[in-house]
Write a protein that binds this ligand. Structure first.
Ligand code: ADP
Ligand code: ZN
Length: 615
């Protein structure tokens, strides 16, 4: 629950108190029960009355008599004509005081109720307002959305301050150029992506990258977190999205940065207990807005997430986030560069060796490295020293390492070795098999998403041309990691679980969706398009019998077993490459295509996509 959530309760309490107060005031004015003129006159006759105070009302002859009896009792009598009544009382020779026209009773009777109504209205108004704007003066005058606006020029960050991430920066260069000089692109009819999705583990510099793009192009930067859109009132998120885009249009060209976009853009129609209306509305509004502004209008939406898998596929369609950039954890060189950037304003002693620190911090993200140097500087300050020594960094390393063990894993030598062989296994199959690959990068830097390393082929070809042969090869490649582990180490690890899942999924789809097995035939037994999603699959009935299910499972197993054997034969055949590749990986952590291919003696013709220009 956030601040505005709490203040709503506060308002409710205040309003309820006010209502109770009005009721109380009302009871105060209720006239004395059943005190009649007849009774009063009888009391006067019986000489029971001590004092009478006459209280005339304003502007009318009406008023009230406050009667004090001799026995101490007090009564109030309301009369239609005060002066007549006063004469009667005086006639009895009773002590009679006349009060001047009572201002305060008039105030209580007519002004206070109005005042209360006004106060309540104001409170409601303030409450609704704070709901939308999130209150707070430093939000700039950004209407009702909560985005923070940084104008170009204010504490500007440039791409230079983003260390490493060379490929990522290159990919984003065109966006910088576009924001600087849109005319250059519109003249030749080029279409610039409206949205860029930055995917990567937390702390890898996604926010930094987006900010740097804005700084480099010198345009305003709106930043907001996906969770800021999601409130408990339906429709608030959608209206915030609308406001944000309206504001952005006024500042175009500009960049909108949505952090944690998964908070709003989660796949629709999933989750137990029905959809989340508010989130879906917000997402729909986001899609509408992105579709709504024209190409080259000068607004670029950048979004960051570390969970691409749970995003709604609709946001990845052309005209929305059609550019996806994976921001990876830095390699040795990247880490050294990041350390250099953050060491700039910290005086270093001459014994500091940033290169060595980079080598020992495998798995650290940019944020971790920044934190490391900061801790080191704190250590130096605690020591009353004006510069940082290698020792300070080592101490900080232990502190950060133990404190952040779950977040940024420090990989043991043994783990590294297993990963190296695992990835080498994948890579060899990518290289040798004709329909997959070629290998673009092999790395044993943990991705932060649970994988200890990765082997990346060049971009896959169009799914339209997916063949049975290609799918079989995909399965073989997936199994390659586990096979390599099994060949080299007697033991096997749990590290291959996602590979196994992937292989199984492909095999199952071959059987149930594409009619690629003889025993099952060309029948679709596929229940659903995508992976299992809680809620959605539970609601789905199977469309085939248990018997067929068993048959499918057997077919899947046959396919996997065949692939496993074939893949193992290939890897055994290239055992020398396996060793060489693993050794190189342990040395360099990340190797590129040329380095990898030079490990083979024989030439394997690889499919090359014309124009897939990554090299
Ligand atoms: P993310 O948005 O991916 O979670 P951030 O961009 O917020 O990560 O990064 C947090 C901090 O880590 C940055 O403010 C910066 O100090 C540091 N950092 C991360 N990556 C880099 C990098 N490539 N170069 C320099 N500093 C970095
Ligand atoms: Zn693997």
């Amino acid at each position: 629950m956030n601040k505005s959530g709490r203040s709503i309760y506060l308002y409710f309490v205040i309003i309820i108190c006010l209502l109770l107060f009005t009721v109380w005031v009302g009871t105060l004015r209720v006239p004395g029960s059943g005190y009649t003129r007849g009774e009063f006159e009888r009391q006067m006759e019986n000489n029971e009355v001590a004092v009478v105070t006459v209280c005339p009302n304003k502007d009318t002859p009406t008023g009230s008599l406050e009667v004090v009896l001799k026995n101490g009792e007090e009564r109030v009598l309301y009369v239609t004509d005060v002066s007549e009544m006063e004469a009667v009382v005086r006639g009895y020779g009773i002590d009679c005081k006349v009060e001047s026209v009572p201002e305060e009773s008039w105030f209580l009777n007519s002004v206070l109720p109005i005042l209360i109504v006004v106060v309540v209205c104001v409170f409601f108004f303030v409450m609704m307002n704070s709901q939308n704007s999130g209150g707070g003066g430093k939000m700039m005058n950004f209407g009702k959305s909560r985005a923070r606006l940084t104008m170009g020029g204010e504490n500007k960050i440039t791409l230079e301050e983003v260390a490493g991430l060379k490929e990522e920066k290159e990919e984003l260069q065109e966006i910088v150029e576009f924001l600087k000089e849109p005319g250059k692109f519109t003249k030749v009819g080029a279409r610039i992506p409206k949205g860029v999705l930055l995917e990567g583990a937390p702390g890898t510099g996604k926010t930094l990258l987006a900010k740097a793009i804005a700084g480099e192009a010198n345009v305003p930067f709106f930043s907001i977190s996906g969770s800021d859109f999601v409130e408990m009132f339906v429709g608030v998120g959608a209206s915030r999205v609308r406001d944000m885009f309206a504001e952005a249009k006024r500042h175009a060209p500009c960049i909108i940065f949505i952090d944690e976009i998964d908070a709003v853009a989660r796949r629709r129609g999933t989750g137990m207990g029905g959809g989340h209306d508010e989130r879906e509305q917000t997402l729909n509004q986001l899609l509408v807005e992105m579709d709504g502004f024209g190409v080259n209008e000068g607004i670029i939406v950048m979004a960051a997430t570390n969970r691409v898998d749970i995003l709604d596929p609709a946001i990845l369609r052309p005209g929305r986030f059609d550019r996806k950039i994976t921001v990876v954890s830095p390699d040795v060189r990247g880490r050294e560069d990041i350390l250099k950037v953050h060491a700039k304003n910290k005086p270093l002693g001459d014994d500091v060796n940033l290169q060595q620190i980079a080598q020992t911090t495998a798995g650290f993200t940019g944020a971790d490295l920044e934190n490391l140097l900061n801790e080191a500087a704190i250590n130096a300050a605690m020591d009353k020293r004006a510069f940082v020594r290698q020792d300070d960094i080592k101490k900080a390393f232990i502190k950060v390492g133990i404190g952040a063990e779950k977040k940024s894993r420090i990989i043991s030598e043994k783990e590294k070795k297993i990963t190296a062989y695992h990835e080498a296994g994948h890579a060899i199959l990518f290289h040798v098999l004709p329909d997959v690959g070629p290998v673009y990068t092999v790395s044993i830097i943990p991705t932060g998403l649970g994988a200890a390393g990765y082997t990346m082929p060049l971009p896959e070809k169009d799914e339209m041309f997916l063949t049975k042969g290609k799918m079989i090869e995909d399965i073989m490649v997936s199994l390659g990691g586990r096979i390599a582990e099994e060949i080299i180490f007697d033991d096997i690890t749990t590290g291959a679980s996602s590979d196994i899942k992937k292989a199984t999924n492909v095999a199952r789809r071959m059987v149930t969706r594409y009619g690629m097995s003889d025993n099952i035939g060309v029948i679709n037994y596929d229940d659903d398009d995508d992976e299992v999603f809680i809620g959605r699959d539970l609601a789905h009935a199977k469309n085939h019998s248990e018997l067929v299910s068993g048959e499918i499972d057997r077919e899947v197993k046959t396919i996997i077993d065949d692939c496993y054997q074939k893949a193992k034969d290939i890897i055994m055949e290239h055992e020398d490459v396996l060793h060489k590749c693993a050794k190189l990986l342990l040395e360099k952590e990340k190797i590129n295509r040329a380095e990898f291919e030079s490990l083979f003696d024989t030439y394997y013709p690889q499919p090359e996509e014309p124009g897939s220009g990554i090299d």
